[in-house]
Write a protein that binds this ligand. Sequence first.
Ligand SMILES: Nc1ncnc2c1ncn2[C@@H]1O[C@H](COP(=O)(O)OP(=O)(O)OP(=O)(O)O)[C@@H](O)[C@H]1O
Ligand SMILES: [Mg+2]
Length: 349
Amino acid sequence: MKKKPVLINVVSGKGGTGKSLLVAILGRILAQEGSSILLVDLDPFVRGLTHFFYLYKKERRRITDKQTIADFFGLTRGESKSMEFARERFFEVDLIPAVSKIEEHLEYMDTTGSSKERTKELFTSLRDMKYDFVIIDNRAGIDDMIIRCCELSDLSLSVSEADPVARSTNDNLLRHLRDSNTAKVYTIMNKVRYVKTLRDYRESMEEIRADYDIVGKIPFDVDLFESFGKPEFWNEANSTRYAYGISEAWNKLAHREEIPTVIDLKRFPESRIWPVKSSTFASRIDRMLIATGALFITAYFIVDRIMIRGGIHWLDLLLIYAVGLLFVPFIRSFVMGSDKEFSERKNSR
Ligand SMILES: Nc1ncnc2c1ncn2[C@@H]1O[C@H](COP(=O)(O)OP(=O)(O)OP(=O)(O)O)[C@@H](O)[C@H]1O
Ligand SMILES: [Mg+2]
């Protein structure tokens, strides 16, 4: 008999931290590594996860004819009694969508009273489904229903950002969850800036060593951000720095929770996911010309001022300084690689 699924609830203290994207990409990577995955869009008003599915699906008019989360909570046509849910195939994973049409207008959602009971019924039903992991994309913020979902899940993942506002809203959420019956809550810091190389990433991960609750830091990935919503997005998203950050965080979480499923990090070759952006302004030939010019000036200076005239005047320091400046772009491009190398590496992703 198949084991019951692990229920993972994804929350955040404030909106827009990256929950839906994390749910989608983590779900896909775990499925590619051999797990069976169900994603649940429990955010019927924003419906970010369902939006991803909507963009992926060829047939645009209707997302599903079966019961959605909005139907289940009575936000469309009165409370439903059915425990059968739509399960749409989204790449390698199944998804219970939030709504049946992306533009569907919903009734105001009362998060107290009967919806708390419904939440319990939903989670009981999810627990009986035959998956390894059920990952729930919850709403941002704090309310009764979100806390209830955390209590009913095996573990919760709070997605925060590194800025003071996101950190403080995350702390608020964690305080509320600590006062509840929530089992375990881990934080993932998303959109971490100034992480361009593997070294930057490692240094940033060092900072969380002592913090038991933070399981990972995911770099702000400008390439991912720029291709968000475009057709090529989903082909590239699984092999980005972003996906690598999620995978490493998952492995840490799995280690702490004694979950045997780990993601093989060899799927992220270093040279492909850590392109070093060059900030050079000239081509390789231009840089050679600059360097040769600087070398000739230096040679002239050494022969004329030191060997022939036999001494350096204080004004000569200006010349030394200017020659030094000429070398800077050359040295920088030598250390960081050329634009062409960067774009080649980027194109190979
Ligand atoms: N690490 C990252 N690097 C770059 N962009 C990111 C990263 N993580 C998320 N984003 C971008 O942030 C935006 C918000 O993401 P997403 O919709 O997943 O957030 P959310 O927390 O689900 O929002 P909401 O609270 O509205 O449901 C998207 O444009 C997404 O591409
Ligand atoms: Mg969302």
